[in-house]
Design a protein around this ligand. Structure first.
Ligand code: HEC
Length: 139
C-alpha cells in the first residue's frame, strides 16, 4: 500500500509547484529585481539606448538617486519622456517594477532595499499622481 501512495504524493507536489510558479498569475510571488531587469529593462538600460541612463553610469544616475527611492520609482513607473510606463509591460506588477529599479539604482551607486508594503503604497501614490498629470497634459 505504501508504494501506491508515492505517485500521488508526487502529483500533489507537482500541482503545488505549478500554483507557486512565477507564471501562475496574480498570486505569484514577486520576481527578483535582477530577474525583471534582465527580462525587460536591460534592453534599453544595459547600453543606454536613446536617452536611457546606462546601468552602472554613476554620473547619469546620481541626480536621479538623489530624488529618493519613492519619487524616482513612482515617476519612472508612470513613464517619463522616452521611458515607457512600467518599462513597456502594462502587466508588470508595481512591486516587480520597484525591485528592478532597486537593481538598476544599486548597480549605479545607490544602496536601496526592495520596498516593503508601506513604501510600495507611497510609490503607487506617486505613480498615480504622475499618470494623472500626464493625462492632463495630453488633453
Ligand atoms: C524602451 C526602452 C526602455 C525600457 C524597456 C526601460 N527603460 Fe527606463 N528609461 C528609458 C529612457 C529613455 C529613460 C530616460 C528618460 C528621461 O529621463 O528622459 C529611462 C529612465 C529610467 C529611470 C529614471 C527616470 C527618471 O525620472 O529620471 C528609471 C528609474 C528607469 N528608467 C527604470 C526602468 C526599469 C526598472 C525598467 C524595467 C522594468 C526600465 N526602465 C525599462 C528607457 C527604457
Amino acid at each position: 500500500m505504501r508504494r501506491a501512495t508515492a505517485p500521488l504524493a508526487a502529483a500533489a507536489l507537482a500541482v503545488a509547484a505549478t500554483v507557486t510558479s512565477p507564471h501562475a498569475g496574480a498570486q505569484a510571488p514577486a520576481r527578483s529585481g535582477e530577474a525583471v531587469y534582465q527580462a525587460l529593462c536591460s534592453v534599453c538600460h544595459a547600453e543606454g539606448k536613446d536617452t536611457a541612463p546606462k546601468t552602472g553610469d554613476r554620473k547619469a544616475w546620481a541626480p536621479r538617486i538623489r530624488e529618493g527611492q519613492v519619487a524616482l520609482t513612482g515617476t519612472a513607473a508612470a513613464g517619463i519622456r522616452l521611458m515607457p510606463a512600467r518599462g513597456g509591460d502594462p502587466s508588470l506588477p508595481l512591486e516587480e517594477f520597484a525591485r528592478a529599479t532597486v537593481h538598476l539604482a544599486n548597480a549605479s551607486g545607490a544602496q536601496w532595499k526592495d520596498p516593503d508594503p508601506a513604501m510600495l503604497e507611497r510609490i503607487a501614490a506617486v505613480e498615480m499622481r504622475r499618470v494623472e498629470q500626464l493625462r492632463k497634459k495630453q488633453r
